[in-house]
Design a protein around this ligand. Structure first.
Ligand code: CP
Length: 325
């Protein structure tokens, strides 16, 4: 694996799952693989799970880890090309990225959709600049359009909890006070479809996702209908994707919150969410605190997903970067 930005990079999913389950049994069998190599984890946005789990996974493989929060201590970075830099951004990504590449063997980047330009967000302008200019393997720690480490961890979790070969999975929109990117639902849909699970996506009208991620899923505006017979319920909020409403909140309708009554429509489904989750907005305390909630297992599997990905890159790593000599 050279870069990891979507499900396409992981290779055959059954092999990736087997690898994850093997690593989970003993995380430290390859703790020399990353010796004297450095993972640089760059965050343009906040994180708890991604930061900790990726750092832990890299350390399990013997890597050094540097974490850089762009908002706290780094120069404010210009990301647009061709601009006159007379504002509050003293450094351009075009220099910052190759410099960071000189200090790292693998680079992880978190850069959310900004909702300023759909073209820029869905063109993955920042992530692609890291791939183009760093000279190093790049891992998405959640980009504008995808969160593949989360989706991989979700897939591992479903494999661990499922009781039928092809469980019925439902992705449901739920209300939230802020406008959130579509990265998690896009990526989850893409990954579940690649895994061959029957996927239903339910949301209010106006919240249709980009069809490039949802082709093969059943889409319905009837949440209760979607829940009937489901094995896994995955809740997530996202802002509108379609123009002219891109990035806008169209609804905060509390009737879309996941509660016990809706869960009773399912086939005793497990409840999933990527976290952080707003209690009693997205899901009731009762559901989140129930034995069918597997959100902590999902978070725990983030470490395993990151370790599978880092290990695969380390196995093929070309350390030399001529531009830094
Ligand atoms: N689920 C997830 O990516 O969590 P963080 O935003 O805390 O990293």
């Amino acid at each position: 694996m050279k870069h990891f930005t979507s499900v396409k990079d992981i290779g055959p999913l059954d092999k990736a799952i087997q690898e994850a389950l093997r690593i989970k049994k003993d995380k430290f069998t390859e703790n020399e693989l990353g010796k004297n190599l450095t993972a640089l984890l760059i965050f343009f946005n906040s994180s708890l799970r991604t930061r900790l789990s990726t750092q832990k996974a890299a350390e399990n493989l013997g890597m050094h880890v540097i974490v850089l929060d762009i908002q706290q201590g780094a120069w404010n970075l210009e990301t647009r090309k061709g601009v006159i830099m007379d504002g509050d951004k003293p450094e351009h990504l075009l220099e910052a990225i190759p410099v960071m590449g000189c200090y790292a063997d693998i680079i992880g980047v978190r850069s959310f959709a900004r909702f300023e330009s759909k073209e820029e967000d869905y063109g993955e302008v920042i992530l692609n600049q890291f791939i183009q200019y760093s000279g190093k393997p790049v891992i998405s720690l959640e980009s504008a359009t995808r969160h593949p480490l989360q989706s991989f961890a979700d897939h591992i979790t479903i494999e661990e909890y499922k009781t039928v070969e092809k469980p019925r999975v439902v992705l449901t929109w739920a209300p939230h006070p802020k406008a959130l990117p579509q990265a998690v639902p896009n990526s989850f849909a893409e990954w579940m479809i690649a895994a061959g699970y029957p996927l239903t996506i339910t949301h209010p009208r106006g919240y249709e996702l980009d069809e490039r991620f949802t082709q093969g899923a059943t889409i319905t505006y009837d949440q209760q209908e979607a829940f009937r017979g489901a094995d896994f319920i995955y809740a997530k909020n996202w802002a509108a994707y379609r123009d002219p409403d891109y990035g806008r909140i169209l609804s905060t309708d509390p009737s879309w919150m996941v509660d016990r009554k809706k869960m009773e429509l399912t086939s005793n489904a497990f409840f999933m969410h990527c976290l952080p989750v707003r209690r009693n907005m997205i899901v009731t305390d009762e559901v989140l605190d129930s034995p069918r909630s597997i959100v902590i297992s999902q978070a725990a599997n983030r470490e395993i997903a990151a370790q599978v990905v880092l290990r695969s890159i380390l196995k093929t790593l070309q350390v030399a970067n001529p531009s830094c000599t």
